[in-house]
Design a protein around this ligand. Structure first.
Ligand SMILES: NC(=O)c1ccc[n+]([C@@H]2O[C@H](COP(=O)([O-])OP(=O)(O)OC[C@H]3O[C@@H](n4cnc5c(N)ncnc54)[C@H](O)[C@@H]3O)[C@@H](O)[C@H]2O)c1
Length: 365
């Protein structure tokens, strides 16, 4: 029997299932839906369809399946249209349910399609990347990218259930696993010092016995944060804390050109920059900055830019961040290892530039 953790959001509450027996848990849910006369459809991408053929067949049999191209380009207006037309062509009605089986791209796209189709049908997440298991499958943020930027259209739409089976990670490319580790390190830094210390003592790999337990702890941290601030409305702290490393990371991703860094790789450099910001604000000692750099590197992630980026480009990208309010981004800083806070005052462009410089940015190229 799979273990569960509940995300408590009143009528939008849902279970996250972990561990062995996940495929049976998915089948049981599909049987339950079928008994109630409800149709089920599946969304996945080409890599997952290819590499996880047997698991998909075991879970979903011959349920209608939409397979989008792998990668970020599926999370687009065109990709959304494809999924909506697929749902309509299979006659899903208001009782229908969509299972999104894949990484964050499939989860975000499927969730948004489910939010929009017939003004909202149920959806379930079956994450197949580490990033999706610890982050994107939980919390109900769904959406697509626009030409003007990432995640610019979307909806809050919580899944009805999340099914996490680490055996699906066996076929994930190592670089993608490492990218997911950036988010795991982030959770340790923002909410669980013991987790950070464990990663420091022994880097986590796809074959680590403790992997499933670590994923569960990350989900528990995310669930508690989302429960307290589902729509990221808290004036201080709240869901915004999950953006630790992301204000710097998004700027790096954009300035380098999307695709140069995987999201998690840019977040890894971003965590190292955020550590420096925290140190410069007098919150953490230099020794902690070095510890963070070391843990990032030990997980096959970059602590510095691979090739220099120009400061003006990075700062311009940062100013376009969709979380910017009144011209200045709100940063997430570390109060200590294991505790984060949001902060805006006292953070000047000069300070931010100094942090970027220390992770490899230059005045001009
Ligand atoms: N909704 C949220 O809260 C949230 C949070 C973080 C990130 N995101 C979004 O998530 C997306 C990134 O997600 P991602 O890193 O999972 O990327 P992804 O979905 O593109 O997956 C990465 C690559 O791995 C492949 N893949 C997935 N599972 C596999 C498996 N088991 N075996 C072999 N290959 C597999 C995919 O086809 C793809 O090529 C971004 O669009 C980001 O904006 C959303």
């Amino acid at each position: 029997m799979a273990e569960t953790l509940t995300v408590n959001l009143q009528e939008r509450s849902y279970p996250i299932f972990f561990g062995g027996g996940i495929q049976q848990a998915v089948r049981a849910e599909i049987d339950r839906l079928a008994r109630a006369g409800r149709k089920v459809a599946v969304l996945t991408d080409a890599h997952v369809a290819d590499r996880q053929r047997a698991a998909l067949a075991a879970m979903f049999g011959d349920a209608p399946r939409c397979t989008v191209d792998a990668g970020e380009k599926a999370k687009s207006v065109a990709g959304l249209g494809e999924v909506l037309e697929f749902l309509a062509s299979h006659g899903l009605d208001r009782g229908g349910a969509l299972f999104a089986v894949g990484g964050g791209v499939v989860g975000d796209l499927g969730g948004f399609a489910a939010a929009a189709y017939l003004r909202g049908v149920d959806f379930y997440q079956v994450p197949t990347t580490l990033l999706a298991m610890v982050d994107s499958s939980v919390g109900g943020k769904t959406g697509i990218n626009l030409a003007a930027g990432k995640n610019l259209a979307g909806a809050f739409h919580q899944p009805r259930g999340v099914f996490i089976d680490t055996s699906l990670l066996a076929t994930l490319p190592p670089r993608e696993f490492a990218a997911g580790m950036a988010e795991v390190i982030k959770y340790g830094l923002l909410g669980e010092a013991a987790l950070f210390a464990e990663l420091e003592a022994a880097p986590l790999t796809v074959t680590s016995a403790g992997l499933a337990g670590v994923i569960r702890r990350c989900c528990a941290l995310k669930a508690r944060i989302v429960e307290a601030d589902e729509r990221e409305l808290a004036k201080d702290g709240g869901r915004a804390l999950l953006n630790l490393g992301h204000t710097f990371g998004h700027a790096i991703e954009q300035a380098a050109g999307y695709g140069t860094y995987l999201h998690g790789e840019a977040v890894a450099v971003g965590l190292c920059a955020a550590a420096r910001l925290s140190q410069k604000l007098g919150l953490i000692p230099a020794g902690d900055v070095a510890r963070i750099d070391a843990v990032v590197k030990a997980h096959a992630l970059p602590a510095r830019l691979r090739t220099p980026l120009a400061l003006p480009t990075l700062l311009a990208a940062m100013a376009r961040d969709k979380k910017v309010r009144a011209g200045l981004p709100r940063f997430v800083v570390l109060q200590r290892l294991g505790e984060a806070a949001t902060r805006q005052d006292g953070i000047t462009p000069v300070l931010v530039e100094a942090c970027f410089r220390e992770v490899g940015a230059v005045d001009s190229l």
